[in-house]
Design a protein around this ligand. Structure first.
Ligand code: F6R
Length: 607
């Protein structure tokens, strides 16, 4: 999963390419590169590491040219270094690619046997050489590209320029997203609309199998059958300005602190404050008769789905299956006719989640997605979308997207429960009330930040950390461990508290901090027993609970944080915040790259 961009401009394009790459850096930051045409020849600048390295290189060694392509890489085939950095080029063609060419080894062997010399370890370089081979055979650029595309297996979004062709760029899409932007005598391509936002307000999304021939005058698109098609042009609502850190040291911290606001924004679109009822947009789904709900998502979004399972089953009395999208897609699950599939994704571009969506569609399910980027592929392929109003999430570790996903899922729980006659009017009002109060309570939780910062000192000194929870606190334990791992690089595990005694308790000693998440609810006493088991074995417990939990059991733990007392229904949304802050402050102490942790990327558009 990489970011690609291309511009046919009127003058030097490098500045705009870099700005677009800056907006795509969330997709990967292992290396970056740009190719333009100069004196009819392809020229490249490429640098290992973050985009800032490429910027420095271009300052020393500028690159003129009115047509160019650019790339920011998340390495799949080949280590992150300059040789493997895109664009990959021959003397006739330069290519940027997002995706994976699965049959690259076969193609590579054939090209090498035919005398072509490949320099990198990447799958992408075969595309440049394959097109070159067809050009060498006498085909024109479009013909050569079409011939090459026919041989590619796997997923790709490609941007291609040709030596000597100042007014031609070819873009192709199969399995990876690609947008074409329209300017005044200028044309653009980009992995998403965000990349193109400062350059173009009018965007066309290519569809699966599309190949687009782009000149400064416009674009012609052929579909997978090679027939000319017209793809609709949409105005994008995205702002040209990339949000700044607003005085915070990191995007992640800013995004944690935005949660009262964005949870409020998300609620406002679904909650009628005066009537204290939830109204979702008109959905083409009959919740009353849905036989089963299947949820698929990845990473943090999957944990949101796990919490929804508890809510949907307990409150709306509907049968729910939830799975990690990368497992789900190959399980060949039997799905009931008329079932509902819910896909959860911040980016709306996660390859495994998209594949799960397509599987569910084949199985005749209605598709509902919960998405933060409304222009995304998953949103566009769904029957209905419930947006999260988190705003752009730039930090690679998901925070506000998670809590707004939970907010949407909580409103959906109430609507489902009402439609199925599973909830009393009084209880429904209590739940809505709890949601309405949520932004204020989340703001209260942020007041514990200083204390959490102190506790982070203890976590930063540890090699392993355990997070325990039961019920809806179990996915929060998983999320706490994920956050800590990904930004502080400390090994952490989340466990169902009751599962500890079946093995993991062997890990307990005084060097392993154990974070127990247990608000005062029907399960707290059970979790408390598990906490005692840890304490009895010398474990140091950080107890994340609420005021009532702290009053009853706070004395037993090494440290106790008493969060505001809320209805247990919304407690997981509240308890997500301290685990985010603990991870954040630990990572600050460890001096890691918090917004762009090593080996990761924000949007995972490969399997
Ligand atoms: C963790 C994180 C990832 C994402 C996952 C799914 O902090 O951000 O685990 O949640 O890659 O991404 P989306 O939600 O874009 O599908």
């Amino acid at each position: 999963m990489c970011g690609i961009v291309g511009i046919i401009g009127k003058e030097g394009v490098v500045g705009h390419l870099l700005e677009a790459l800056r907006r795509l850096e969330y997709r990967g930051y292992d290396s970056a590169g740009i190719a333009t045409l100069n004196d009819n020849r392809i020229e490249r600048r490429r640098a290992e590491g973050k985009l800032s390295n490429l910027v420095k290189l271009l300052e020393k060694d500028p690159l003129p040219g009115s047509i160019g392509i650019g790339h920011t890489r998340w390495a799949t085939h080949g280590v992150p270094n300059e040789v493997n950095a895109h664009p990959h080029a021959t003397d006739k063609v330069a290519v940027v690619h997002n995706g994976i060419i699965e049959n690259f080894q076969v193609l590579r062997d054939e090209l090498v046997a035919a005398g072509y010399k490949l320099a990198s370890e990447t799958d992408t370089e075969v595309v440049a050489h394959l097109i070159t081979k067809f050009l060498d055979d006498g085909l024109l650029p479009e013909e050569a590209t079409t011939a090459a595309l026919k041989q590619l297996e796997g997923a790709f979004a490609l941007g291609i320029i040709f030596a000597g062709e100042y007014d031609l760029m070819i873009a192709a899409r199969q399995g990876s997203p690609l947008a074409v932007g329209f300017g005044d005598g200028e044309m653009f391509i980009g992995s998403d609309a965000m990349a193109l936002a400062p350059l173009s307000e009018n965007i066309t999304y290519l569809e699966e199998g599309d190949c687009a021939v782009i000149t400064s005058a416009g674009v012609t698109v052929k579909d997978v059958e090679g027939q000319y098609v017209v793809r609709s042009v949409q105005e994008t609502a995205l702002s040209g300005a990339l949000t700044g850190k607003a005085g915070y040291k990191h995007f992640m911290l800013k995004e944690i602190y935005e949660q009262p606001q964005v949870i409020g924004d998300t609620l406002h679109s679904f909650v009628n404050l005066s009537e204290k009822t939830i109204t979702l947009p008109e959905l083409p789904i009959d919740f009353n008769t849905v036989p089963k709900i299947t949820i698929a998502a990845c990473g943090t979004a999957y944990y949101a789905g796990l919490i929804a399972k508890y809510w949907f089953e307990k409150i709306a009395r509907v049968s729910v299956e939830v799975d990690i999208a990368s497992e789900f897609r190959y399980r060949e699950l039997v799905m009931p006719k008329g079932g509902l599939a819910i896909l959860i994704s911040q980016s709306g571009e996660t390859a495994d989640t998209l594949a799960a969506l397509r599987y569910c569609r084949e199985q005749g399910q209605k598709i509902l997605s919960i998405i933060n980027v409304p222009e995304s592929t998953i949103a566009r392929e769904s029957d209905a979308v419930l947006p999260t109003y988190a705003g752009p999430e730039i930090g690679v570790a998901s925070t506000k997207a998670f809590t707004t996903q939970l907010t949407v899922l909580a409103t959906l729980t109430i609507v489902l429960a009402r439609a199925r006659g599973a909830i009393e009017v009084e209880r429904e009002s209590e739940l809505v009330e709890a949601l309405i109060e949520l932004p204020a309570r989340v703001a209260d939780v942020l007041n514990h930040d200083e204390r959490l910062k102190e506790l982070a000192v203890e976590l930063a000194a540890a090699q392993d950390v355990l997070f325990l929870g039961r019920g809806t606190s179990y996915p929060i334990a998983l999320e706490g461990a994920l956050k800590l791992k990904e930004i502080s690089y400390i090994h952490a595990e989340g466990y169902a508290a009751g599962e500890m005694k079946h093995g993991p308790i062997a890990l307990i000693d005084d060097g392993v901090p154990v974070i127990v998440i247990a608000p005062f609810d029907s399960l707290m006493e059970k979790t408390f027993s598990n906490m005692q088991e840890v304490i009895a074995r010398g474990g140091r417990v950080i107890f994340l609970t609420d005021e009532e939990g702290a009053r009853r059991l706070g004395n037993y733990a090494t440290h106790t944080i008493a969060l505001p007392q809320v209805d247990p229904f919304v407690a997981p949304i509240l308890h997500a915040i301290p685990v985010q802050l603990l991870a954040y402050h630990t990572a600050v102490i460890k001096n890691t790259d918090i917004d762009q942790p090593r080996n990761l990327a924000k949007s995972v558009t490969v399997e």
